[in-house]
Each structure stands twice: as C-alpha cells, then as structure tokens.
Design a protein around this ligand. Structure first.
Ligand SMILES: *Cc1c(COP(=O)(O)O)cnc(C)c1O
Length: 422
C-alpha cells in the first residue's frame, strides 16, 4: 500500500502542529494517513487508498460520513447564518427532542463539546450540593479537563495524570474500579457527606468497550439516591447510539443528570447537559452556577442534531444493532478457530476485540490484554482496507451506512490478518 503523500504531509504537520495532530489519539506510528475525503462507510486518504471506517470520527458519525440529508439541510442553514449570539427557535426544538427521548431530561443546556458538558455537569453537582468530592471510575474518559484527567482511558490510559494538572484540581476526585459493588459501597460509606456526584460511562468506551455487569447500574442508582449523591451518566458516546433514548433507556436506569456530545450535533461539534428541572435551573442565568459558551447552541450544530433525530428512529436502531451482532458473532467464529486468546466485547453498534484470556470488565482487566498485538492487528487491517481506531483503548463503531458487503469484506480482512498474527 502506497502512503507516500501521507508520510510527506505528516513530515510537514509535525513542524506546525504538536505531534502533527490536533488530538493525541490520532497520531500512530510511523505516521497516520491523511484524509482527502469521506463518504458513507468509507474514508479515503491522500494517496487514493480506500478504507471501510469503524473509527467514524470517534463516535459521532452514526450515519457514516457526509450524509446527504444532513448535507442538504446544512447548506440551507449556512445561508441563514452560522452564529447568532441570540436565541433561535431550533434550540427549543432540539431541546424538546432530547427531552422527549431521554428519561431523565426535563431541561437541556447545549455546549460545544463533551468536555464542556461534563465539566459543567460536575460544577452544577458541586454547586448544588455544596460538596467538593466526586467519584470517577478508573479508565473512564470524561474529556480533557483537570478534575477528570485521572486514569482517564483513551489517549491518556496508563498515565495516571497529565503534567500541568495541579494536585489541587484532582485531590477531590476519588477513583474506584467499575463494576465492583463492594468498593462502591465502602467508598460511599466512608465519604458520603462529602461527595457531590458520581460520574460514569454506562458502557465504558474509552478502554475499548466494557458493558456494565448485570445489576451494577441498578445498584449504582440505588446507593447514590439513598445518599443524596447526584448521579451523572456520561452518554457522550452512548447517547442516541445505543437506543432511541440512550443507555438510560436501554438499561432502564434514570440518572439525575446526563451529558451528551458526539452524535447530538449530527456530525457538527456539540455537547449537552440535561436533567431534572430543579437541578438544571441552577445554571446561569436562572441560577447562579456559571456556564457559558460563545458557540453554544450555534445554528449549524443545532440544525445538524435536529436532522439527525429525524432519521434516528426504531427501524434505524434495529438495523444498526443487527449489524453489530453480525460482526461480533462472526469475529468470535474466526477467533474460535485460531490459537489466539481473545475476548470480543460489545453492545449493539459498539465493539472491541481484546487479545486476552481473561474477561474484560474494568480498567485493570483491560490492561491485561496484548496491546502490542492489537497494534499489529490495527496495521494489518489498515493494509487490508479497514480502518479501526489505532488503540486497544478505543471502541469500534458501526454506522447506518455500513452495508452487509462492507461487513463481509471486513470479516474477510480480519481473518486474513489474524491468521498472519497467530
Ligand atoms: C469523547 C468523550 C468525551 C469528551 O467529548 P469531547 O467532545 O471530545 O470533548 C466525554 N465523555 C466521553 C464518554 C467521551 O467518549
């Protein structure tokens, strides 16, 4: 496979962009491919190679790239303005969509990224309770702000902290393993009067893909409610990917606050916080807990989200889910015939393969897998025309644009690559 132009662009990029990229996980060795265009399930590099894309912008592109309906509507919106600085009707409409779909949502505040959403949700919880401590799970990622940049999975996995994050900024962040009821109970027993909130990813998507154990989410809801601790479900990945009403509908667990991002803008930059009215109203200007953003609720992102929601109906999810199941069951068949230890984790359109003989249910168990072997798998797949995120600690996504032919080609590639690796 020829990637000469990508190599040359990377050489230029590292001169002007730290590490040659604008977000760290994009930089893999020896150099990432540079994109020329993308459409549907495919992404193309500057050397003319075509890849079936399972990275999908790290989650937002639930319809695949450059969806025609979103393109048309966005062109119309472009002509009407891209940033107003005053409220507009579509913000109400998108808020109503979120409220209609999502069990815990009675009010919504839109932001520009998932990072801003979780940062503001934590501030809201702290402001309302007057408490400083938060519980976060090892390996969850809630964006790049200080309070949650502790064992945070994804690009930061394995690094306990980032230089530049003051100890004071994380000293109130209590880290515990996911899927362990006893540790959760002991921690809440010890600190309950000091804890503002528990923030969690219902399906951990930043150490691969780690679903909740049966009963765990019910327990988490119960114990936080009993102790008046605000429960924040971070649905930046799962929101409107895993079900019409997100993971909270899927698992039947209603948190106090929820954060969204990725899918909610239909491919445009966005984030959102939603939840109970009495909590949400504490945000400025109705309350006094500060939250703001120049581009928040901008018409391009809001319009993108509105169009997306029109397409995200029950039929769409049924079709998307069946593709995930098809992919996973066939990957299991392929791996079952080979002499490679493996786990295939996944929920509906989220999937990850771990080369490990131990089940992966939290951060520590994810770290037992062969991450070097995973990179060989990644590079092998790339050569076969299949692009997955270049890290064991990311998740593979499927979009509505992926066809059975795409999936079969992918399975074929997976088989070729795995056979060469055993
Ligand atoms: C991606 C992600 C974020 C951060 O969202 P950005 O838009 O990248 O700031 C927060 N939480 C989870 C679960 C994510 O996957």
């Amino acid at each position: 496979m020829n990637q000469d132009k990508s190599e040359e662009l990377y050489r230029q990029a590292v001169e002007v962009l730290p590490g040659g990229v604008n977000s760290p996980v994009r930089a893999y060795k020896p150099y990432p491919f540079f994109v020329s265009k993308a459409k549907g399930s495919k992404i193309y590099d500057v050397d003319g190679n075509e890849y079936i894309d399972y990275c999908l912008g790290y989650g937002p592109l639930v319809f695949g790239h450059a969806n025609d309906t979103i393109i048309e509507s966005s062109i119309e919106q472009l002509k009407l303005g891209t940033d107003y600085g005053v409220p507009s009707q579509k913000e109400i409409e998108l808020a109503r969509e979120v409220i209609d779909r999502c069990p815990c949502a009675q009010m919504v505040r839109f932001t520009n990224s998932g990072t801003e959403a979780t940062m503001s949700a934590i501030r809201l919880a702290r402001g309302i309770t007057g408490r400083d401590k938060i519980i976060k799970f090892e390996g969850t990622y809630h964006g790049a702000h200080d309070a949650v940049l502790v064992k945070s999975g994804s690009g930061a996995a394995g690094k306990p902290d980032s230089p530049g994050v003051p100890n004071d900024a994380t000293k109130n962040t209590i880290l515990i393993p996911y899927n362990d009821e006893d540790v959760l109970k002991d921690t809440i027993d010890e600190y309950k009067d000091e804890i503002a909130c528990v923030i969690f990813e219902p399906i951990m998507g930043n150490i691969g893909c780690v679903p909740p154990k049966e009963g765990y989410l019910e327990y988490l809801r119960e114990i936080t409610q009993e102790n008046n601790i605000i429960l924040i479900m971070d649905e930046v990945i799962t929101g409107f990917r895993i079900a019409r009403g997100g993971a909270q509908e899927y698992y039947g667990i209603t948190p106090d606050l929820v954060t969204f991002g990725k899918i909610v803008g239909g491919g445009f930059p966005i984030g959102a916080i939603a939840g109970k009215k009495e909590l949400m109203e504490q945000f400025t200007p109705s309350g006094d807990i500060y939250q703001a953003g120049t581009f928040s609720g901008n018409p391009m992102s809001i319009n993108g989200g509105l169009v997306a929601f029109k397409v995200l109906d029950d039929k769409f999810y049924k079709d998307l889910h069946s593709k995930g199941e098809y992919l996973r069951s066939n990957i299991r068949d392929i791996l079952g015939k080979l002499d490679i230890p493996y786990q295939v984790n996944g929920v509906e359109s989220m999937t990850q393969v771990y080369f490990s003989d131990k089940p992966v249910y939290d951060y520590a168990s994810a770290q037992l897998s062969d991450t070097k072997g995973f990179l060989d798998y990644f590079h092998g797949l790339l050569k076969e025309g299949v692009f997955i995120a270049p890290s064991q600690y990311e998740c593979c996504f499927i979009s509505g644009a992926h066809t059975t032919e795409d999936l079969d080609k992918t399975l074929n590639a997976i088989e070729v690559v795995l056979k060469s690796l055993q």
